[in-house]
Design a protein around this ligand. Sequence first.
Ligand SMILES: NC(=O)c1ccc[n+]([C@@H]2O[C@H](COP(=O)([O-])OP(=O)(O)OC[C@H]3O[C@@H](n4cnc5c(N)ncnc54)[C@H](OP(=O)(O)O)[C@@H]3O)[C@@H](O)[C@H]2O)c1
Length: 330
Amino acid sequence: MNKRVVLASYPEGWVTESNFRVESAPLPKPGEGEVLVKNLWLSLDPYMRGRISQQKSYVKGVEIGEVMTGETAGEVVESKHPKFKPGDKVTAPSGWQLYWSGKGEMLTKVDASKVSLSFFLGCLGMPGRTAYFGMKDICTPRPGETVVVSAASGAVGSVVGQLAKAWGCRAVGIAGGKAKCDYVVKELGFDACVDYKAGNLFDNLKAACPKGVDACFENVGGEILDTVLRLMNLRGRITICGLISDYNAKEPYGVKMFRSILVNRLKVQGMIVFDWQERYPEANQALLQLVTSGKLKYRESVVEGIENAPKGLIGLLKGENFGKQLVRLA
Ligand SMILES: NC(=O)c1ccc[n+]([C@@H]2O[C@H](COP(=O)([O-])OP(=O)(O)OC[C@H]3O[C@@H](n4cnc5c(N)ncnc54)[C@H](OP(=O)(O)O)[C@@H]3O)[C@@H](O)[C@H]2O)c1
C-alpha cells in the first residue's frame, strides 16, 4: 500500500497539523513510458506555505484533498521507460507520499555513489542551485566585498555564505540564536554571524560589516531586510530570494527603508530558481565539486516518517530546523 499526506484545509495564519490528513491508497501502477519510484527522502521547504495559501503565486497551489506538493529522492522499483531501470536513484516531484508513478521525463537521475542521496534535495538540489544563481547572477560579488545573508544556517543561506567565502568575499550571516551563529562561523567559516533574536540587530550588524554591505542575499524580509537596507553601500545588489518572516503573517510587514534603494542606486531583484533551469548543470557541477572536495559543508535536520511531515513543515516555518529540513521515509 501507498501512504500519503493530503491537504485537509487551508491554514489561516500559522499552519497546524489539522490542515493535513494521512491516507492509505493502493500502490500506483506505472503505464507505458512511466516509472514507479519508492521514495526514501522528502524535502520540506518554506515555499510549501505558499502552495497551501489561496493567494496568487508563481505556480498553482494544492487543492483540498490533493496530495501535498514536494520533491523526493528515491529508488526506481519498476520501469516502463527506456532510460530508467530498477535500482536507479532519482529525484521526483512526488509530493508527500511513499510511492510515486509518472512519466520518466519528470525524473532526474542522480549519482549517489559519492554523497548521500539526500544531498540532492539540499546543497546539490534546488536550495543549492538557488544559492548559486542568486549569488552569481544577482549579488555578483567581487573579491573583497561584504556579502550579508539571512537565515544563514539554513539550506540556502549556508551555501550562500560558503560561496561568498570561496569567491573571496567577507561573509556575514544573520541567524536566530547562539547555536546557529556559532555553527555558521566555526563550522561553515563565515567571518561573522549576528543573532537577530539577541536584540540590537542594527548595531551588531554594523559592527560585523565595518565597510558596509555590498551584496545582500535576502531569505527573510521584514525587519531584517529593513536593517540591512540601512547599511547598504553605493551600487549594492540585493537578491530577494525569500520573505519567510511574512509567510504566516496576516498582513505583510512592508519595507520602510525604500529610500536606501534610491540614494544608493541599489539593484534589487526577485528570483525564482526555475528561471535558471537551462543552466542547472552548471550549478550542479560547481556544487558537487565543492562538496566532494570538502569545501562546502552541509547539515540536515531530519524528522522520521511520512506522518510526521506536517510537524516538520511547521517546525521549519518556526525556525526549529537546524540545516536542511528532510523527512526520512524508509
Ligand atoms: N526564490 C526561490 O527560488 C527560492 C528557492 C528556495 C528557497 N527560497 C527561500 O529561501 C529562504 C530559505 O529557505 P531554506 O529552504 O533555506 O530554509 P531554511 O533557511 O533551511 O529554513 C528556514 C529558516 O528561516 C528562518 N526563519 C523562519 N522564520 C523567521 C522569521 N520570522 N524571522 C527570521 N528568520 C526566520 C529560520 O532560521 P533562524 O532560526 O535563523 O531564524 C529557519 O530555520 C526561504 O525564504 C525560502 O522561501 C526561495
